[in-house]
Design a protein around this ligand. Structure first.
Ligand code: PDD
Length: 282
C-alpha cells in the first residue's frame, strides 16, 4: 500500500507527488530538512526539532512557507493518515523553483514536502548487539551546523561503511572525530565519563544529543564536552552514536578494534533505557 505524503499543502499518494526539475534543492541542495521520530504515534522531541529548523532557515535567509501550527498539523496528519506507530517523519523546505541562477531568486514559490517511514526504533536487533564502524576523513563543507540537504559526503561515507561490511562511519578532521555520517558521536572513558564534541559549525547540533546530555546529568554520569581523537575512541570503555533514527546505538568495534569487550556497555544501555522511557512518556 502506498504512503500518503505531503506536497505544498496537499496530501497525496506517493506516486502522485511531483516537484519541478527547477527546484533549487534539486539543482543546488538549497534546502533544509528535519527528521523527527514517532513512538506510539507521538512525535519525539518535536519542539527542539522545530527550533533547529528555524535556525537553519535563519542561517540561510530562507523563509518559512507555513506557520509553526500548520507544520505541526502536517506532522500529525501524516502520522494519522499513514497509521504510524513507530517510525520517522522526514520534512524538507526548499528555497523554491526558479530559473537556474546561483544567487537567491526574489520570490520563488517555496517547496515543502514531508513523508513517513516505518521503522522499529524501540527494539531493533542492532541495539542489543551493537554495531561496528569505520573512521573516514570528514570531507564536508564548514557549515555542518545547518541541516541542509547537501548530504553527498555522508552518502559516500555510508557507502564506504557498507562496502567495509560495517554499520556506519565516524568522520575525522585533524585527528579528532567530528560526528557520524548521520549521528552524533559519544565515547565513555573510565566507566563514567561521557565525552562528546562541543557544539560549533563543525557538527550538527543533534536533538538526541541534547536530550542525552540532560539525561546523563540525571543519571549521575559526568559529561565532558570536548573533541576526542580516534585513538581515545578506540581505547574507550564504551562508544555509541545518537540520532532521531537510532536513538542510542552501541558501537562495539572501531576500524576492526574491539571496544569494551565487544558488548554494549552499561552507560550506553542505561542511557538508551532512559531515552526510551523519556520518549515514550513525552
Ligand atoms: N540525521 N549529525 C548529522 C550529520 C546528522 O545528519 C544527524 C541526524 C545527527 C543527529 O541529529 P538528531 O539527533 O537531531 O537526529 C547528527 C538524520 C537522522 C538523518 O539525516 O536522517
Amino acid at each position: 500500500m502506498s504512503r500518503i505524503v505531503y506536497v505544498n499543502g496537499n496530501y497525496v499518494p506517493e506516486e502522485e507527488a511531483k516537484i519541478s526539475i527547477f527546484d533549487r534543492a534539486f539543482l543546488f541542495a538549497d534546502g533544509i530538512y528535519e527528521v523527527t521520530a514517532v513512538i506510539d504515534g507521538k512525535l519525539v522531541d518535536y519542539e527542539p526539532h522545530m527550533e533547529r529548523l528555524h535556525r537553519s532557515l535563519r542561517e540561510l535567509d530562507m523563509a518559512q512557507p507555513i506557520t509553526d501550527a500548520d507544520l505541526r498539523e502536517m506532522h500529525e496528519q501524516l502520522v494519522e493518515r499513514n497509521n504510524i506507530s513507530q517510525g520517522l517523519i522526514y520534512m524538507q523546505i526548499t528555497r523554491g523553483v526558479a530559473e537556474r541562477d546561483f544567487s537567491y531568486p526574489e520570490d520563488a514559490a517555496q517547496t515543502l514536502i514531508a513523508f513517513t517511514q516505518v521503522k522499529d526504533l524501540v527494539d531493533p536487533p542492532a541495539a542489543k548487539t551493537g554495531i561496528s564502524i569505520i573512521t573516514i576523513p570528514d570531507i564536508r563543507w564548514k557549515r555542518r551546523d545547518i541541516k541542509t540537504t547537501g548530504m553527498l559526503a555522508q552518502a559516500m561515507g555510508k557507502q564506504a561503511a557498507k562496502e567495509a561490511g560495517v554499520g556506519d562511519a565516524w568522520m575525522v578532521e585533524d585527528g579528532y572525530v567530528t560526528e557520524g555520517t548521520s549521528n552524533t558521536a559519544f565515547i565513555v572513558l573510565d566507566e563514567n565519563r561521557l565525552i562528546t564534541r562541543p557544539l560549533s559549525n563543525s557538527i550538527l547540533a543533534g536533538i538526541t544529543r541534547r536530550t542525552i546530555l540532560k539525561l546523563a546529568e540525571t543519571g549521575e554520569i559526568t559529561v565532558e564536552e570536548r573533541p576526542f581523537t580516534v585513538e581515545e575512541a578506540k581505547s574507550a570503555s564504551e562508544a555509541f552514536l545518537t540520532s532521531a533514527s537510532t536513538f542510542v546505538m552501541p558501537i562495539v568495534e572501531i576500524d576492526g578494534e574491539m571496544i569494551g569487550g565487544g558488548q554494549p556497555g552499561p552507560v550506553t544501555r542505561k542511557l538508551r533505557g532512559m531515552y526510551l522511557e523519556e520518549a515514550k512518556n513525552a
